[in-house]
Ligand binder design. Structure first.
Ligand SMILES: *Cc1c(COP(=O)(O)O)cnc(C)c1O
Length: 402
């Protein structure tokens, strides 16, 4: 596999040269003032990305899955009821994690390709007269199906039922790439990781936790140690860590957020939308459709492309990797074989996206798909030509090239 080609899996994402340099530092003493000075700006920067002024930011050496576990074990007790929709592999895995922690998960089974059903959540919450549901779980961006859910609508559903349940949101493949508003959406725990929108290697679970979530720790009985929020909050207060911190990645995180803020967070979101639109125009030109059932659900970070009947999405991914040295994402779970995924988040430009679209097109032609070579590339080119330059998207690219 070439190390020159960009990757198009929806995480880990491409790492800009600037970040590779930022994390290749010599070891430091994590009990020194050097660490304290490095750590505080990272926590402040995470809060800005989450758009919260009231929550605490926490960083654990882990991945998104560890973030799920931290959220659950710090705030809930075995037997507690939580409400969740299953509409893709990641919502499924979070439900599975809850069940293994002996939570009672009320599952709304939804078609893969749909979003979190705010109206059904509202119904269930209204029917929960004794307020047994302690938390509502939402996967903001289902990375398996390329579906973005409306978190604000889920907030309204909870409010309309006047229900005290906490709102936990998996934003692993949305945060730092798509609009995310922790305070405005009334989110109690937001979860992400270092290897998607933040353009870093895997290794960090990054969380925002509301004061309500912190208060829930008083009664939460799930066993916890490594992920204990109080241990972390207590040591963080003096700039320290309860164990050896992943100092290089924390340093990288501050630099990554600096890059995002140099570009402008809203411009980062607009860039992802523009690039995603180009990919979607290519998919339409191929005569194919997305797994997401309606345009309002389209994700700006990953496109899950449905392959024609009689073809295998996994073969597309295998050939792209072996023949052209370009990784795409396979279909997971219920949609395995029926789709392939194009990840277009993090460090991504029009030109990179075009190379991915061109590669997917070559592979599909090689495999005998009924598509016209060049059709998707041309559709995306048209989109990028007419929309490029209208945004301040060049700042970080220029810097990377320097
Ligand atoms: C990548 C991802 C995760 C977490 O995966 P890890 O491998 O544990 O980092 C969780 N949820 C979503 C939506 C994801 O895309």
């Amino acid at each position: 596999m070439s190390t020159q080609n960009p990757i198009f899996i929806p995480g880990p994402t491409n790492i800009p040269e600037e970040l590779r340099r930022a994390i290749s530092n010599p070891s430091i003493d994590h009990r020194s003032e050097t660490f304290v000075e490095m750590f505080k700006p990272a926590l402040a920067a995470v809060k800005r990305v989450l758009k919260t002024t009231t929550a605490e930011a926490l960083i654990f050496p882990s991945t998104g899955t560890g973030g799920w576990e931290a959220a659950i074990t710090n705030t809930l007790s075995p037997g507690d009821k939580v409400l969740a929709a299953r509409h893709g592999m990641f919502s499924h895995r979070w439900i599975d994690l809850c069940q293994r922690h002996k939570l009672d998960v009320e599952i709304l089974e939804c078609e893969w390709g749909t979003g979190a059903p705010a109206d059904l959540f509202a119904e269930r919450l209204a029917a929960d007269k004794d307020r047994a549901i302690k938390a509502v779980l939402v996967t903001h961006n289902e990375t398996a199906t390329g579906v973005k859910s409306d978190v604000a609508a889920v907030r309204r559903a909870i409010d309309s039922a006047d229900h005290p349940a906490m709102l936990f949101v998996d934003g692993v493949s949305s945060i730092a790439s798509m609009d995310f508003r922790m305070d405005e959406w009334g989110i109690d725990i937001a979860i992400t990781g270092s290897q998607k929108g933040f353009m870093l290697p895997p290794g960090l679970a990054i969380l925002g936790i509301s004061q309500k979530a912190i208060a829930a720790m008083d009664t939460a009985q799930c066993p916890r140690c490594f992920f204990d929020f109080q241990d972390m909050l207590k040591t963080n207060a003096t700039g320290g860590f309860p164990y050896t911190p992943p100092a290089n990645l924390i340093r990288g995180l501050t630099v990554a957020i600096g890059m995002l803020e140099d570009e402008g967070l809203e411009d980062v979101f607009a860039r992802h939308h523009r690039i995603a639109e180009g990919v979607r125009k290519a998919v339409a030109a191929w005569g194919l459709s997305l797994c997401a059932i309606t345009p309002d659900l389209y994700s700006d970070t990953v496109s899950t492309v449905v392959v024609p009947a009689g073809f295998d999405g996994t073969e597309v991914v295998t050939m792209a990797a072996t023949k052209y040295g370009v990784p795409f994402g396979v279909g997971l779970g219920e949609v395995a074989g029926k789709v392939f995924r194009i990840g277009h988040l993090g460090s991504m430009t029009d030109v990179m996206a075009l190379s991915g679209i061109a590669t997917a097109e070559m592979v599909m032609a090689d495999l005998g798909f009924p598509i016209m070579l060049g059709s998707g590339v041309a559709a995306a080119q048209d989109h990028y030509r007419t929309t490029a330059g209208s945004l301040n998207t060049t700042a970080s690219n220029t810097k990377n090239a320097a």
